[in-house]
Design a protein around this ligand. Sequence first.
Ligand code: HEM
Length: 519
Amino acid sequence: MEQPSYTASASMPNSAATAPRVLPSLPILLLCAVFVYIASVCVYRLRFHPLSKYPGPRLAAITDLAFAYYFLRGTAVDWIDEQHRRYGPIVRLGPMRLGYTSPEAVKDIVGHQTGNHKANRRNLLFSQPNSMFDGHNSVFNEENDILHRQQRKLFTNAFSDRALSAQESMIQNYVDKLVALMRKSAGAPRDAVKLWNFATFDIMADLAFGESLGNLEGDEYHPWVASMFAGFKLGVMISYLQHWPGMSLLLDLITPKSAKEEAMVHVANSNNSLTKRLERTDVERPDIWGLVLEKQKKGDAQMSRGSMNANSNIFMMAGTETTATALCGLTCLLLKNPDKMKKLVDEVRAVPSKEELNGLKMRHLKYLGAVIEEGLRVYPAVPAANLRDIAPGGNVIMGDHLPEKTVVGISHWSAFHSPLNFHNPDAFVPERWILDDEEYKEYHDFDKRHGFKPFSDGPRNCLGKNLAYYELRALLAHAVWHFDFELCPESENWLQGQKTWQLWDKPELMIRIKERSYE
Ligand code: HEM
C-alpha cells in the first residue's frame, strides 16, 4: 500500500504549507512576555537584589502584596512578629523593606545625623495626604529635614517640662473630672477605653485650643471624637493603599461618601477650633499655640496657617488615642497581676492627700514609673514600626550598607517581646525597671533596656513624650489613689487577639470601679 506523504509540498495545498496557525497569537505572545518579565523580577529579587542576602519569607522578598494582605486584615504586627521569631532580628519583609528588632539598630535607623552617618527620612506610607491641608505639612509628615527642624523648633517650648508645669492645674482639673465620673460610675460595669479616651481628648483640646470637648462632663464622646474613631481605620488603609499604582483613583471611586465626610469633619473641626483660639487675646495660660505665636514674634521661623491646621489635626490624633491606649493596657495588666497592683496602690496611697499627689511628687514615685515603663513595653501604644527611608546615597545600618530608599523600621511589639532583648518578655514585671531591687537582678543583667524606645528616638521622636508621661502618671496615680478596680469576666482576655491598623483596634475593656477601701 502506498504510504501517505507527510511532506507539506507533496500533500497539502499551498496555503496550509506556510502554516500560519503554528505561530502564537498576539495575546499569547504578550502573556509570555509578562510571564518572562515577572519570572525575571522574581529571580532578581530573590537572588541578585542587594537585599537578597537577608532572610525572610520568599513571597515577601518578591512582592509587597504579602505585607499588604496582612496589613489590610489587621494582623501585620503578628505577621512581622512571626517572621522575626522564625528568621531572627533582621528580616526582609518586602522587596525593599527590612524589619529589625536589635537595640543596636535604633540609632542607625531613627537617630540623628552623626559623622558620616546620615539621618534617614520618615517614610510616609501611612501618613495622611497633605492635600487635606492644601499641600501644607504637619511636623509628622514634613519630609524635608530642614523644614521639619524649623517646625519642631517652634514647638519645643510648648512641649517642654516648663510649659507642662504651667499647665499642671489645667490637667489636674480634668483628672478631677475623671475621678468624679469614676465615682458616679462606681458599681456598674464601665468601659475603661471610653473613660481614658474622654480624659486624654479633653486635655489635648484644652492644651491646643483652650476649650474642653466636654467628654468627661457629658459622659459621652463629643461628635468630633466620635467621627475621628469612625474614620480612623479606613483612613489608615486609604493612606497606605494610595501609594499603590493606580489606586488613588479607584479608592476615590469606592470610598463611601460618608467616610470622606467623616475625614473632612475632623479637618474642619480642628481648623475651626484653631481659628477660634487664634482670635482670642485673653489666654493667660501658656498653651501650645500661645507659645508658638510667641516664638514666631521673636523672629524664629514662621509657620503657615495651613501647617498650623495640619499640626492641630495631628495633635488631636497623635496626642490622645496613644496615651489612652497606654492607660488601657496598664489597666488590664495591673488587674491581671494583682500583686503588682497592690505594690502600686501601696506606693500611691502612702501619699497622704490627693493634693500632695502633684507633678513633682508623682515623678518620684518609683514603682509608678516602673509600672508605666513596663506597660509601654508589654502593650506598646504604638505597636508597629516607625518606618524610615534610607537616605539618598545609601546608609549603614548595623554595619551593612543599604541602598537609598530601602524602607527600614523596628516593630515595637516584636522588639519589646523578643526573648533576645528581654528576660521573660511576655510577663508584666515592673521591677525590671527598678535597678536597685536585687531580687530581679536576673532581669537587670539580661534586659537590653537601651533599645527600649516606645516614643522612638532621634530628630523625629515623639514631640509629646513629656506630656504623655505626665498624663500617664497623673491619670493612673489619681485613679488608683481614689478607687479599687476589678476586671469584668468578659474582658479577661482583652490583651489577646487584638488587631492593629498601625494603632490597636481596641475592643471594650469592661471594669468595675469601687470606692477605695481604707483597711
Ligand atoms: C503613650 C503615648 C504616646 C506614645 C507611645 C507616642 C509615640 C510616638 C511615636 C512612636 C512616634 C513616632 C516617632 C517616629 O516616627 O520616630 C510619635 C510621634 C509623634 N507624637 Fe507621640 N506618642 C504618644 C503621645 C503623644 C502626645 C501626648 C503627643 C502630643 C501632641 C504626641 C505627639 C506626637 C507628634 C507631633 C509626633 C510627630 C513628631 C515628629 O515627626 O517630629 N504624641 N509618637
